[in-house]
Structures are given as structure tokens and as C-alpha cells.
Ligand binder design. Structure first.
Ligand SMILES: Nc1ncnc2c1ncn2[C@@H]1O[C@H](COP(=O)(O)OP(=O)(O)OP(=O)(O)O)[C@@H](O)[C@H]1O
Length: 302
């Protein structure tokens, strides 16, 4: 299958900084591809090069079969994008902003605008000036503009930016639906591990401008570790009680006890019972997932 996005040797240098270094990407139709990286990893620069907004120092980008060059228009009617803080006309309302965007895309009739307002749950804000929108709703408006013309390919830089947890779930469902029901391809960047792992069908881990790993969604679980974090009033007593019960607690920087063995993660109630029996009940007991830094260290060094 011809790739929807293909880059070869894609590189961007700014003076002494290599923002993106020899990136080879191949993304096919219907994928939700997550570019995951720490701040400064090169995600935004990559996305801007995919969109022809930044001129590569070297290398090739092809989007929907056409070479991306500044000024090349061919594929853009089939592409929707959102890059960092979405731009809107601050004096115009949400609906007016979308109507302008529809005109620029030469879309006829008002149903595109109505449909996307409803889809992005912007109905209550349709008459509100863009200037007064919360960050989350401004992000929704940006996404609405990206989706207005029902693109085959969506390229989104940090789409969860500014959204509250419920908003993140809504956007995740929307992107999944676009991919599954409409066959759209989605490329998104994020530094939020859980967000990408819940949504992407494939993940590219980008570190210091280089694509260090690509993982299928199904392979991710092997790289994601869980741990049980335990707090107690008397941490020393809790530590001794857990050792006596056969666990291996480690004192963390955050001054709690961390248990990484499978039994503790699988049966947190056994940990709680051991602590209660020893007279130092837990004040907090929670199964946590790796943070991005830990995941990175493991994936980058593996
Ligand atoms: N216009 C520019 N001029 C100079 N350096 C730049 C420019 N744009 C990006 N960089 C540098 O390139 C590197 C990659 O930046 P980029 O914004 O692509 O990373 P990112 O992964 O998107 O990070 P973030 O999550 O913080 O947005 C960084 O070191 C950044 O400082």
C-alpha cells in the first residue's frame, strides 16, 4: 500500500542544533501514528516539515503521494492540521471563524460548519468571540477547523493541549472514530505517554531529533511497567512490615514506598492487608504507570 506520509533522510538544522536528524517515516492509510518525545525532541519541527511550513535542510517528504515543497498545493484539500496554539480571528465568533475557514476551503452551504460545531461540542460557544474562549475551547475550535472539510489525513501537534480530562477523552474518541469509520489517517505528536498509548495504533519515539524506536500498539504493554506506590504515617514501620510479608519496597524521592514486583501490582489488597496486620495501615495505595521519562530510558536504552 502506498504510504500516506513518507519521509527519507529528513533533517532540519538550526545553526548548531540538529532539530530533526535523518528521519525515515512511513505511515499508511488508517493508521493513528503517535510521535512521542520529550520537550525539544523535534516533534513540532517534524510536523511543520510534513506540512511544508519549515523547509528541510535535507531529505524528502511526500504526503498523499505528492512531494511537499513550499508553495506546492496539490494534497492540501485532503489534509487537516492543527499546529500548536490554534490561530483564530479574535473579534469573530466561533461560528464566524468556521464560516471564514469554510469559505477559504471553498466549501458550500452552512452544514459543514453546523456539523463540525456539533461534533466538537462547540454549540454552547458558537456565538462567543474567539478572543474570550478558554484554552480548551480554543483548541476545539482549532480542531473544528482542521476537520471542517473531512480530510483524509489529519496532522495534529499536541492536540490534547489545554483540554481537561473529559475533553481529552472526547477528542480521543473523535479521532478514533475518524480513523475507524472514515478510514482517515491521523498523525499526532504528544509528550503525554498515556494519551498516545491509548490512541495510537503505532508509535514513533523521537529523541534528540532521531526516530529511536517504532512500536505497534500491541507491543507497547511489554514496555510499559506498573508499580504500586504506598504511603503510610510511619514509613519505616511500613517498609519493615512489607519486607516481612515478602515484598521488596523501595523508598522513592517522593517519600513513599514503591513496589515493582508483579505480585504487588497484581494484588495491591495483599499489600494493604499486610500493612493493616502490622498496625501501619496505608494512607495511600495506588497502582501507577511509568512516566514518560522512565519509559524513554527503557525504550531508548533497550
Ligand atoms: N526556529 C528555530 N530556531 C532555532 N532552534 C529551533 C527552532 N525551532 C526549534 N528549534 C530547536 O530544535 C529542537 C527541536 O524543537 P521542536 O520544537 O521541534 O521540539 P518538540 O519535540 O516539538 O518540543 P516541544 O514538545 O517542547 O514543542 C529544540 O532544541 C529547539 O530549541
Amino acid at each position: 500500500m502506498a504510504p500516506v506520509i513518507e519521509t527519507r533522510g529528513l533533517t532540519k538544522r538550526y545553526a548548531t542544533v540538529v532539530a530533526v536528524d535523518e528521519l525515515d517515516l512511513r505511515i499508511t492509510a488508517g493508521e493513528i501514528y503517535g510521535l512521542l518525545g520529550l520537550n525539544g525532541a523535534g516533534k513540532t519541527t517534524t510536523i511543520r516539515m510534513l506540512l511544508g511550513m519549515v523547509r528541510p535542510t535535507s531529505g524528502v517528504v511526500r504526503v498523499l503521494g505528492a512531494a511537499v515543497r513550499p508553495g506546492a498545493q496539490a494534497a492540501w484539500s485532503r489534509v487537516g492540521y492543527l499546529v500548536e496554539t490554534p490561530a483564530a480571528y479574535p473579534e469573530l465568533t466561533v461560528r464566524e471563524n468556521l464560516a471564514v475557514a469554510a469559505r477559504l476551503r471553498a466549501l458550500r452551504g452552512s452544514n459543514h460548519v453546523d456539523e463540525v460545531i456539533e461534533r466538537l461540542r462547540l454549540t454552547a460557544y458558537a456565538g462567543q468571540g474567539a478572543r474570550t474562549l478558554s484554552l480548551g475551547n480554543a483548541q476545539r475550535l482549532g480542531l473544528a477547523k482542521a476537520l471542517l472539510h473531512k480530510p483524509d489525513l489529519l496532522i495534529l501537534d499536541e492536540p490534547a493541549n489545554g483540554l481537561d480530562p473529559a475533553g481529552i477523552v472526547e477528542i480521543r474518541d473523535l479521532l478514533r472514530e475518524l480513523s475507524q469509520e472514515h478510514g482517515a489517517t491521523v498523525v499526532l505528536s504528544s509528550h503525554i505517554l498515556t494519551e498516545v498509548t491509548r490512541l495510537a495504533t503505532r508509535i514513533g519515539v523521537i529523541h534528540r531529533g532521531r526516530l529511536v524506536r517504532e512500536l505497534e500498539a500491541g507491543d507497547l504493554t511489554a514496555h510499559l511497567r506498573q508499580r504500586l506506590s504506598v504511603s503510610a504515617r510511619d514509613l519505616k514501620a511500613a517498609e519493615l512490615a512489607l519486607i516481612a510479608a515478602g515484598f521488596i519496597p523501595i523508598r522513592s524521592d517522593a517519600d513513599d514506598l514503591v513496589l515493582t514486583d508483579a505480585r504487588a501490582v497484581r494484588e495491591p489488597d495483599a499489600v494493604a492487608i499486610a500493612l493493616v496486620a502490622a498496625g501501619c495501615p496505608p494512607t495511600r495505595l495506588v497502582v501507577e504507570q511509568d512516566d514518560l521519562e522512565t519509559f524513554f530510558l527503557r525504550v531508548v536504552e533497550a
